[in-house]
Design a protein around this ligand. Structure first.
Ligand code: ADP
Ligand code: MG
Length: 704
């Protein structure tokens, strides 16, 4: 291993691989890569999630129960106890000049090997008992060198970075510490003339710290505001690169040729005649936008965002029929087979007696039949192909594909769109989602798309109520469901798991089916989950849709889009296990008919009802729920961002960084409005970064 401080070795460069750092071997470098960290620069730009205040370690004699503190001391004794359950408990005493604290860790047997007598350590965590015999349970623990030399884990605000399996906070922290010497050689990718273009000229009130200082402050600040200023400095870089990428895609699309569709009053009349109802105002508005897009000789890239039940399918079919009427082929893709089959059924119903040639392709369907369909698609003998993502697989070649509709794509950000490339010469693209995503996330995930919001719901819906129930309400829940069934209605019951073995202590769908069958002996109860064979799943869904089953017990496979208007009650077991947006999606399964609907969220959490469930009882507004979800989950939560299809950032945090995002957007537009664009000589480093990001998150997708 090369030691950066060893005499004669080259100084650390920001472009060096993290494997050059002490303590980071090839294996650990691969784990770092999962965080998007390959080089020292990546690491230096990776913002900590939070800081632990370890500026002044607490003397043992001053420990008070409940306080969160750092303790520095020397291990006295340590032992590993096996509990009767097999659980390993490591117990150690740590002493400083003022006393001795006892610490205990559960199920981390390896700690026993490193906590040997005489070793100097820092503990950090909550004090569980103060007074003369103080204790801490499961504090974080790290070995320290015997001397008092500056150390990344003590005597300062200590960073806790985003983690991934196989990488401890201490490991990332030590790596960041070791990488600091490279900070002095970080290249500023944003020339100051660009910073001056930002509306306010500055990113925040104070002057921006120079890069090297920002890199240090980001990880090892003197005070939290320094870290925040540094973070925004890096967030700006990141968001600028992202905005440039989006702007380039837009520009590329504007210079790509696509087949413009012609719309005539006659064609409009024929399309509308296919629908069993009048378009709602919102659907009319969406159609106007589509007509404008599809009439242009450049590819459409539009996102249709509308809450569950808003009536997106009709808009999609409208686009497909306009495409087919223009003698081009259209593809209508859904994320699950259940949903794709539902679309197929709708299409066949609406197109009954028409000349439109519809075929379906599902992942499961291989062999001769599939071959035949694929061949007809290639020969142009199919007008409209509906199915799962199998439709977009490599072996399916279209003769003249001009429109791709992708339904219920929760995750359809810039990263996910790449699979659409290469299908036909720049087809028009319509993406539909029922997951309302907060505005800031939409800006980064869909910033290169045009967005239409389908608001309101089609007429003829009854009211829907949401009831957050406790386990004690069980009998009343059964009673409500029984009453609905007696009125000829149907019920969904959703469980987080398929089988009990999956996770101890949770109710599961398989046992749930039996429980419901026992509680409602007169009811016909079906079970559907993702581990069933596709054919079995379909048969159950079809039976439920046709009214042959009264209760459908399911896992989240019913989450998206499944439309059974006669289902009026939905029970979600272990509602506390689901995300808010997911619950909102789920409850969209009921209240689709005139009978309205009831959504029962069965909360089995041990403590008081999580506040977030009450949000659902309070509002039906999907956007409000999405914002709340993001807020409650903690802003900057990488996972939450990912869930919405927004790309992950190392320093930027949404939604808080909206002001930074707006500035980055303004600067990106200014750069591209200039004749030289990204080719300006002083933007070479920035251009390289944009290209690297483009390569990392998918090629020039979406027709760009
Ligand atoms: P989404 O896909 O947006 O969740 P759907 O397209 O499945 O919603 O539509 C939900 C329900 O509303 C369906 O039963 C559909 O037949 C019905 N629907 C759609 N548009 C209209 C309309 N204009 N008038 C009446 N009902 C409609
Ligand atoms: Mg739908």
């Amino acid at each position: 291993m090369t030691r950066p401080d060893a005499a004669g070795t080259a100084p650390l460069e920001p472009s060096d691989a993290v494997a050059r750092l002490p303590g980071v071997g090839a294996a650990r470098a691969e784990v770092f890569a999962r965080l998007g960290v390959r080089t020292l620069e990546d690491l230096l730009r990776l913002a900590p999630r939070r800081f632990e205040d370890r500026r002044a370690p607490c003397p043992v004699e001053a420990l008070v129960a409940g306080a969160e503190v750092a303790v520095v001391g020397v291990v006295g004794s340590s032992r590993t106890i096996r509990a009767r359950t097999g659980l390993a408990i490591v117990e150690a005493t740590v002493a400083d000049a003022t006393g001795e604290v006892r610490a205990r860790w559960f199920n981390q047997p390896w700690l026993g090997r490193s906590l040997v007598a005489g070793v100097r350590v820092v503990l950090f965590g909550a004090v569980t008992r103060g007074g003369p015999r103080p204790e801490m349970v499961s504090p974080s623990v790290e070995r320290l060198p015997p001397d008092d030399a500056p150390h990344p884990s003590v005597g300062r605000l200590v960073p806790v970075h985003p983690l991934t399996t196989g990488l401890s906070a201490a490991a990332v922290r030590r790596a960041a510490w070791a990488a600091l010497p490279a900070a002095a050689r970080l290249d500023d990718i944003v020339p100051s003339r660009l910073l001056d273009l930002a509306p306010s000229g500055r990113l925040d009130d104070g002057p921006l710290p120079p890069l090297a200082d920002a890199a240090r402050d980001l990880h090892f600040p003197a005070a939290e505001p320094d870290a925040e200023r540094a973070r925004r400095r890096f967030a700006f870089d990141e968001l600028l690169v992202h905005e440039l990428l989006l702007a380039r895609r837009r520009a590329a699309r504007a210079s790509t040729a696509a087949t413009p569709f012609r719309f005539t009053p006659e064609l409009e009349r024929r399309i509308r005649a296919r629908f069993p109802f009048r378009l709602t105002d919102a659907q009319e508005r969406a159609v106007v936008a589509l007509r404008a897009d599809l009439g242009r000789p450049t590819p459409m890239s539009r996102l249709l965002q509308g809450d569950v039940g808003a009536g997106k399918t009709l808009v999609a079919v409208y686009a497909c029929l306009a495409c087919v009427a223009n003698r081009r082929q259209a593809a209508f893709v859904a994320p699950t087979e259940v949903l794709a089959r539902q679309h197929e059924a709708t299409l066949r119903r609406w197109l009954e007696g028409s000349e439109v040639r519809v075929e379906a392709l599902y992942g499961a369907r291989r062999g001769k039949a599939r071959e035949a369909v694929i061949e007809r698609i290639a020969r142009g003998e199919v007008d409209l192909v509906v199915g799962t993502h199998a439709v977009l697989s490599r072996d399916v070649a279209f003769d003249r594909l001009s429109l791709v509709v992708v339904d219920e794509q929760h995750k359809f950000g810039v990263e996910q769109r790449r699979e659409l490339v290469g299908k036909g010469a720049a087809p028009h693209l319509l993406v539909m989602t029922a997951t309302p995503i907060p505005r800031t996330l939409a800006m980064v995930a869909y910033g290169d798309l045009d967005v239409t919001v389908l608001d309101g719901v089609p007429p003829g819906r009854g009211p829907r109520t949401t009831w957050v129930a406790a386990p004690a309400d069980g009998p009343r829940v059964f009673e409500r469901v029984r009453a609905e069934l007696r009125a000829g209605r149907q019920a969904f019951v959703v469980y987080p798991l398929v089988e009990e073995s999956d996770k101890a202590g949770l109710r599961d769908a398989t046992a749930g089916r039996d429980a419901w069958a026992r509680a409602l002996p007169a009811a016909r109860v079906g079970l559907v989950h993702g581990r069933q064979k596709a054919a079995e799943r379909q048969a159950v869904m079809a039976a439920f849709r046709a009214g042959g089953l009264d209760v459908l017990v399911a896992t989240v496979v019913v989450e998206v889009g499944v439309d059974v208007p006669n289902a009026t009650v939905l029970v979600v077991e272990h509602a506390e296990r689901f995300g808010l947006s997911q619950l909102h999606q789920l409850r969209g399964r009921v209240g689709r008919g005139a009978g309205g609907g009831l959504c029962v969220l069965m909360d089995r959490s041990a403590g008081p009802t999580p506040a977030r469930l009450d949000v659902l009882a309070r509002t039906e507004d999907g956007f409000e729920i999405a914002e709340e979800d993001l807020r409650l989950r903690g802003a900057g939560d990488l996972f939450g961002t990912r869930q919405h299809g927004a790309p992950a950032f190392a320093a930027a945090r949404l939604p808080e960084d909206l002001p930074v995002l707006l500035r980055a957007r303004a600067v990106a537009r200014a750069v591209l409005a200039d004749r030289r664009g990204l080719d300006a000589p002083d933007l070479a480093a920035l251009a390289a970064r944009v290209r690297a990001r483009e390569a990392a998150i998918g090629d020039v997708a979406a027709g760009g």
